[in-house]
Write a new protein. Sequence first.
Length: 341
Amino acid sequence: MRVLGIESSCDETGLALYDTEQGLLAHALHSQIALHAEYGGVVPELASRDHIRRTVPLLRKILAESGTSLAETDAIAYTQGPGLAGALLVGAAFASGLAAALGKPVLPVHHLEGHLLSPFLSSDPPDFPFIALLVSGGHTQLMRVEGVGRYELLGETLDDAAGEAFDKTAKLMGLDYPGGALLARLAETGRPGRYRLPRPMLNSGDFNFSFAGLKTAALTLIRKADADSPEALAAFHADLARAFQDAVVEVLTAKAMDALRRTGVSRLVVAGGVGANHALRQSLGVATETCQARVYYPEFEFCTDNGAMIAFAGAMRLLHGESPQQAGPFSIRPRWSLGLA
């Protein structure tokens, strides 16, 4: 069974072909970072227009790399939500139009389900059940996963997601877009313990998160900064970045470990763009080893949004008995909870 996956939920256009017997045949991704950098953040209308420009060339690329034709595709999966409405419409319209022309069925896929299942694309995939920590620019959630389509939401952020807080704090520090990755890189040169930022909801007793206050605490330090030279300002920013990252990592690690302990599950899956953060990986590695659990990640190339995870999620849905839709009217779901259990 061969599935074409199309991802267009935000600022990355991704297409991929996944075969249930041969694995991932080909995938291609175009990032819009350069397009949005001038504006300091994602401009939805520009994102939608760029998806339109990129989809067909990327499709041609993966067909050429895999040596296959569209006629050999059994179904077309696309990201139905959550995400930017205009961006989602591009992928949904393209998938539905292509399916109608080819006489193939379509599969709407939840964007976060794609992230959640992305570690199964690696050479060392996890087994069910597991706890999933989904951390990205728009989402921070803890899920209990019993199987494909069997997800229980344990907790989520009440305001800013972890990645969003990284980006916003980086902007306050004057870092270029996208700032989250730059802040993480800057934190590697910062002095540990120079500043102490709050750990929001660390002892709340539940699995929810909150990062908006952490961003505000960083802003307070920025306003009080007394750097009398470029060197002093650079050192302050590095120390602040370290303090900010340490706070986020500590909260994410503590909540994830608490979820493992309280559910009795011994496997943790970390997915989403923030899952590529080296400090978070190091912290979770130590913590899971201490409690005799194991942590799994997708390959680095599949941490960000990509078509491979959508193709794979669609294929798994088919293998687990979901009936695909016939091409016709389609819908998008910009806001959509993954708590399907």
